[in-house]
Design a protein around this ligand. Structure first.
Ligand code: PMP
Length: 432
């Protein structure tokens, strides 16, 4: 085949060996078409693929690389930890240091348990909430993603009060029956679901700012309303801050909006790019966890010494340099405002949502406040835009239903490069 790239060759090989050729579905470019780019290395804002092409990275490993790629402060910490052990399976000092730092930066967290992924964190959090309350059901929001544990792979069938139906083969109806789903930003729907299931809901779990249907912000009063309802009904309020934690503010979305959940799930960023997650919250709730309490949860590699070294270095750097948040927000506001303006100048009535250093361009008119709004997007046009940007060296999330994550490595010059590519790519995507 003419112009066969190394990525094409590797993808063909991978597809014979790994389902879809990837170890996480969205990487396969299914929703935008084409061959995923196989990466070789990265530094700062730049990714280099196996063919030597370079891209400015606006995914940053879906969030954790907030300082850009290969930051010296994190690499040095991992290098220093490396000779001592890759895994002990026994307690280490750094686990307490990381726990202490998380508790300091996220004040609603009084005790925390380290795990290996965001999925594990969310899966454990609802088990703890169920153990704590003695109730079976959970309530989640359409379009929020909390990892791939069975209980979360439930789509809203027909509104707030109906029982869920599984969204994935392999999830049983038994599990689905315990997951209620309602539209995001819809407090009356939450109240109706709670009223229809009196004394049965253990937890309400949500992304306090959603990254997984594209970027969607909580509307005025939504988080406050959930907090009040949960307090009144004895429901455990869980903020899934796997994307927003340590990103939207040092204390995450809960600091930004001034709402304290009962439990918080974390991931990605607290490992600096190595596999880590964490769940934490009120001490009386966390004391339900084994070995002190009756809720079992464990992990051979949990608190891994390299992961804690990387995470501690990254979080300490963020804590010691609060001005980085102002820089990230300013850069992202420029990107979001500029994108909005370019779309407008081209006569495209599109929506740009932004909170802190996360943003999305939705290929639909606004507002986009929940999943049904996001679903109106022109997905073929988004796919053409994605590929036009990629060809111009801009690496975006390969799906309309994802947020972009900005790192501190994005300079003014790279913002200009992005604008130039954005304008040309929007034109190309809409050429008749
Ligand atoms: N919660 C949220 C909000 C997420 O964005 C993700 C992953 N994108 C998860 C949980 C699951 O995390 P992981 O992929 O580390 O299992």
């Amino acid at each position: 085949m003419l112009n066969q790239t190394t990525s094409d060759t590797l993808f063909t090989q991978a597809q014979a060996l790994i389902p879809g050729g990837v170890n996480s579905p969205v990487r396969a470019f299914r929703s935008v078409g084409g061959t995923p780019v196989f990466m070789q290395s990265a530094a700062g804002a730049w990714l280099t693929d196996v063919d030597g092409n370079r891209y400015v990275d606006f995914i940053n490993s879906w969030g954790p690389m907030i300082l850009g790629h290969a930051p010296a402060v994190v690499l040095d910490a991992v290098r220093a930890a490396l000779p001592h052990s890759l895994s002990f399976g026994a307690p280490t000092r750094r686990e307490s240091e990381l726990a202490e730092l998380i508790i300091e930066m996220v004040p609603s967290v009084e005790k925390v348990r380290l795990v290996n992924s965001g999925t594990e964190a969310c899966m454990a959090a609802i088990r703890v909430a169920r153990g704590y309350t003695g109730r079976a059901k959970i309530l989640k929001f359409e379009g929020c993603y909390h990892g791939h544990a069975d209980a979360f792979l439930i789509a809203a069938g027909s509104g707030a009060l109906t029982l869920g139906t599984p969204d994935s083969a392999g999830v049983t109806h038994g599990v689905a029956q315990d997951t209620l789903t309602v539209p995001y930003n819809d407090l009356p729907a939450v109240a109706a679901a709670v009223a229809a299931n009196p004394g049965q809901i253990a937890a309400i779990i949500l992304e306090p700012v959603v990254g997984n249907m594209g970027l969607v912000a909580p509307q005025q009063g939504f988080l406050q309303g959930l907090r009040a309802l949960c307090t009144a009904q004895g429901i455990v309020l869980i903020f899934d801050e796997v994307m927003t934690g340590f990103r939207l503010a040092p204390g995450g979305a809960q600091e930004l909006f001034g709402i304290a959940p009962d439990m918080t799930t974390l991931g990605k960023i607290i490992g600096g790019g190595l596999p880590v997650g964490a769940y934490g919250g009120r001490a009386d709730i966390m004391n339900q966890v084994a070995p002190v309490g009756k809720v079992y949860q464990a992990g051979t590699l949990s608190g891994n010494p390299l992961a804690t070294a990387a995470g501690l270095a990254q979080l300490r750097h963020l804590q010691n340099n609060p001005a980085l948040y102002a820089q990230l927000n300013a850069t992202t506001t420029r990107l979001a405002d500029g994108t909005r303006q370019i779309a407008q100048e081209l006569g495209l009535n599109y929506t740009v949502n932004q909170v802190g250093s996360m943003f999305s361009l939705f290929f639909t008119s606004g507002p986009v406040n929940h999943l049904e709004d996001a679903k109106r997007c022109d997905l073929p046009a988004f796919g053409r835009y994605f590929h036009a940007m990629l060809a111009r060296g801009i690496y975006l999330a390969p799906s309309q239903f994802e947020a972009l994550f900005v790192s501190t490595a994005i300079s003014d010059e790279l913002v200009e490069m992005y604008f130039h590519a954005c304008r040309e790519s929007l034109v190309e995507a809409h050429r008749a």
